[in-house]
Write a protein that binds this ligand. Structure first.
Ligand SMILES: [Zn+2]
Length: 68
């Protein structure tokens, strides 16, 4: 199996969303575990940017990172 195929497969294996960014204006956004952009919607199945499949099962325990 080539590296590129392995990489493509990992995008379809869900990765837990474990971080939430909290902005100074009070808005909070979940963070993509692969490319680390903020996700516009909670519980979306895939990241809009990198296409990573997302697992929200641990989201209640996600770490909140406050931006100042
Ligand atoms: Zn992403």
């Amino acid at each position: 199996m080539s590296i590129s195929v392995e990489k493509a497969v990992t995008y379809r294996i869900p990765i837990s969303v474990t971080e939430i960014l909290k902005f100074s204006n009070g808005y909070v956004f979940p963070v993509c575990p692969r490319c680390r952009i903020t996700l516009e919607r909670e519980y979306q199945s895939y990241c809009d940017r990198c296409g990573q499949c997302l697992d929200w099962n641990d989201f209640e325990n996600a770490k909140v990172v406050e931006l100042k």
